[in-house]
Design a binder for this molecule. Structure first.
Ligand code: KIV
Ligand code: ZN
Length: 573
C-alpha cells in the first residue's frame, strides 16, 4: 500500500504543502481518463486556419496575478504601452476591485488618456455586488470597455469551493449578470461590451456549461449587432487538445443565438498543449483568443499568444499583431515581470535560431544561400520555420567540438580562433584524427586544445626525419638546394634540383634514397600568432603506391614553412 502524507509549513508568506508519495504502479486506481465528447460528425479536423482571430492580451491581469511580485503601476503602464505597440486592440488591464493598485492603474489609463481610441480595455470581476460596484467606478470616463464576469462551474469547484448545486451556481451567474446590467447607465458615453466566462469550462459538463451561458445571455440579451463575448476557458488542462476542440465545436453548434456571440478561447498550459488546444479551438469555430506574451500565467502559464500568432504568420496568414522586434518586447517583458524567457521558448528563446549540429548548419547554410539567389518564391529553408530577420532575430551557428562533431566544426574553430585555414582535403584527414582524440577524452574540447592536437599531429612532427638547415638558390625555374637533416640520430647532407625550392627538396630526398613521392596539393597563408608574424604551409604528398598524406609547417620564413610541411608529410607516411 502506498502512503500519502500531507504536512503544512509556513515561511515568509508562503504556505508549503508537502506530499510524500511515489508514482503508482497503476495510476488508473487514482486518475481517470477525460470524458470524450459525443460529437461523431465533428467538423474541425477537416478545416484549416485561414484568418487571424480577435486577440485579447491578459498579461496585465491573469499574467500579473501569477507573479511572485505583481507589477507596480509604472511597470503595468510600460507593459500596456508595449502591448498597444504590438497591435493588441483588446487588453485585459486588471481586476480593479481586487486592490488599490489595480483600481489606480485603471484610473491612470483613463484620466491620462493613455488608451488609443481603437483599443478596448477589459476588466475582470466576480459575480459579487460589491466587486461589481467598484469595477464600474473604475471605468467611468473610459471610451471602450469590456466588463468580464466569471464564476466557476466545474463539479469539483461546485462541490469543494462553493458547496452548491448546479442551480445555485447558475443563480450566482444570473444575479451577477443582473448587477452589471443594472449599473450600465453609470457608464453613459462609454462603449461597453459584456463578457461571461464559465470558469473551468473544460472540466464542466457540457450541458451545464451551455445552460449557464444561455442563462447569462437571457439577462444581457446580446444581438448580432451588439454581441456578447462568451469566453470558454481551459482553466486547467485536463485532456488532450482534441477534446477541447470538441467542446468548443459542441458549444458553437448547440448554443442558441450563436450569431449574437463572440466565442473566445482562454487556455492554460498544464499539459503543455495550450497552443495546440487554442489552434484546434479556432478550427472548431472560436472567434477570439486570450493569452499572454511568452505564456506567463498561473502554474505552467497561460497560452503563449506570440506562438499562436507567429504560427499563423509562418503559414502565410498575417496575425494582425506585430512582433518585428521580438527582442525588444522580450526585454520589456523581462524587466516588468521579473521573469526570464527560457532559451528554447518558441520564436523568442535565445537558442531558437541557433544551430549546434554540423548537419543542421550545413543544411541551413545551403538553404539560406538558395533563398538569397531569389529563385524561390516561398521560404523553404531546412530547420528554420521562418526567416529570423522578420522578427528582428538572427541565425547563429555555435561550433562545439565533441566526439560527435563533424570536420566542419574542427575547421571552423581552428580558423575563427587561430586563423588556421585548413584545405578541404586536410579537414577530411584531420577530422577523424581529432574526433578519436576527443572521444578518448570523453568531453568537449576548447579551440586551444584542438590547436594543440593539430600542432602535435602535423607541425611538430620531427621523427624519423628532422630538418636542421635548408637553403635554395635559383632563377626562373631552375633551383638548387642544400639541406641537412637528421634521420635516426644520423646527420645527412642533401642536394637536389628542381623548378622551385620544394621540387628541389623533393629531388634531394629522392637522391638520399627516400622512396619517391610527389607533391599533389599545396597551400600557404600568413598566420599572425602572438608577436611573431609567421606563415603556415600545408602540403599533400602521394607515394608511388598512391598513399596520400598531409603535412604542415609553421615558420616566419614562408619558404622554410613549406619545406617543413614536406618533412611533416614524410614523417606521417
Ligand atoms: O483561467 C481562467 O479560467 C480565467 C478566467 C477568469 C477566465 O482566467
Ligand atoms: Zn486564466
Amino acid at each position: 500500500m502506498v502512503g500519502l502524507l500531507f504536512s503544512c509549513r509556513e515561511r515568509s508568506g508562503h504556505r508549503i504543502i508537502v506530499g510524500v508519495s511515489d508514482m503508482l504502479k497503476n495510476p488508473a486506481t487514482k486518475y481517470r481518463p477525460a470524458p470524450a465528447v459525443d460529437l461523431r460528425d465533428r467538423q474541425w479536423p477537416a478545416r484549416t486556419l485561414s484568418a487571424p482571430p480577435i486577440w485579447c492580451s491578459v498579461d496585465l491581469r491573469d499574467g500579473n496575478q501569477a507573479l511572485a511580485v505583481p507589477m507596480n503601476v509604472a511597470q503595468k503602464l510600460e507593459l500596456f504601452q508595449t502591448l498597444v505597440n504590438c497591435g493588441f486592440k483588446e487588453i485585459e488591464v486588471g481586476f480593479p476591485s481586487a486592490s488599490n493598485t489595480e483600481f489606480a492603474f485603471n484610473r491612470r489609463l483613463i484620466e491620462e488618456n493613455r488608451i488609443p481610441d481603437d483599443v478596448t480595455i477589459q476588466v475582470l470581476v466576480q459575480a459579487r455586488e460589491d466587486l461589481i460596484e467598484r469595477t464600474i467606478e473604475s471605468l467611468v470616463g473610459a471610451k471602450r470597455v469590456v466588463i468580464h464576469m466569471y464564476n466557476s462551474t466545474s463539479p469539483a469547484q461546485r462541490r469543494v469551493v462553493f458547496g452548491k448545486s448546479r442551480e445555485e451556481i447558475k443563480a450566482i451567474a444570473i444575479q451577477g449578470a443582473r448587477w452589471i446590467q443594472e449599473r450600465l447607465h453609470r457608464l453613459q458615453g462609454t462603449d461597453v461590451r459584456l463578457q461571461y466566462s464559465p470558469e473551468s469550462f473544460s472540466a464542466t459538463e457540457l450541458d451545464f456549461a451551455l445552460e449557464i451561458s444561455e442563462a447569462v445571455m437571457s439577462v444581457w440579451q446580446p444581438t448580432p449587432q451588439r454581441k456578447m463575448i462568451l469566453n470558454l476557458p481551459c482553466t486547467v488542462e485536463v485532456a488532450t487538445p482534441n477534446v477541447y476542440a470538441d467542446q468548443i465545436e459542441w458549444m458553437c453548434r448547440n448554443i442558441r443565438n450563436r450569431d449574437c456571440l463572440i466565442v473566445s478561447l482562454h487556455t492554460h498550459n498544464d499539459r503543455c498543449t495550450g497552443v495546440a488546444a487554442t489552434e484546434l479551438g479556432l478550427l472548431a469555430g472560436a472567434d477570439r483568443v486570450e493569452g499572454t506574451l511568452f505564456g506567463n500565467g498561473e502554474r505552467t502559464g497561460n497560452l503563449d499568444v506570440i506562438a499562436v500568432a507567429l504560427n499563423l504568420y509562418m503559414l502565410g496568414i498575417h496575425p494582425n499583431l506585430d512582433f518585428s522586434n521580438l527582442g525588444q518586447i522580450r526585454e520589456v517583458y523581462e524587466r516588468c515581470t521579473g521573469l526570464t524567457v527560457p532559451p528554447r521558448q518558441p520564436y523568442a528563446g535565445e537558442l531558437v535560431f541557433t544551430a549546434f549540429s554540423g548537419s543542421h548548419q550545413d543544411a541551413i547554410k545551403k538553404g539560406l544561400a538558395e533563398w538569397e539567389t531569389g529563385t524561390r518564391s516561398h521560404w523553404d529553408v531546412p530547420y528554420l520555420t521562418l526567416d529570423p530577420a522578420d522578427i528582428g532575430r538572427e541565425y547563429r551557428e555555435v561550433i562545439r567540438v565533441n566526439s560527435q562533431s563533424g570536420k566542419g566544426g574542427v575547421a571552423y574553430l581552428l580558423e575563427t580562433e587561430f586563423g588556421v585555414e585548413l584545405p578541404k582535403d586536410l579537414q577530411r584527414e584531420f577530422g577523424p584524427i581529432a574526433n578519436d582524440q576527443v572521444d578518448a577524452l570523453g568531453r568537449e574540447v576548447r579551440g586551444e586544445e584542438l590547436k594543440a592536437m593539430f600542432w602535435k599531429e602535423y607541425v611538430q612532427r620531427t621523427a624519423p626525419w628532422s630538418l636542421i638547415h635548408f637553403h635554395a638558390d635559383g632563377v626562373d625555374d631552375l633551383f638548387e638546394c642544400r639541406a641537412s637533416m637528421i634521420r635516426s640520430g644520423n646527420e645527412l647532407a642533401l642536394r637536389g634540383r628542381g623548378n622551385g625550392p620544394i621540387a628541389a627538396f623533393v629531388h634531394a630526398l629522392a637522391e638520399a634514397g627516400v622512396p619517391r613521392f610527389e607533391v599533389t596539393q599545396f597551400k600557404q597563408h600568413s598566420l599572425s600568432e602572438g608577436e611573431a608574424a609567421s606563415a603556415i604551409a600545408y602540403i599533400q604528398i602521394r607515394t608511388a603506391e598512391g598513399t596520400t598524406r598531409w603535412g604542415a609547417g609553421v615558420n616566419t620564413n614562408i619558404e622554410l614553412a613549406s619545406i617543413q610541411a614536406v618533412v611533416s608529410a614524410l614523417n606521417r607516411l
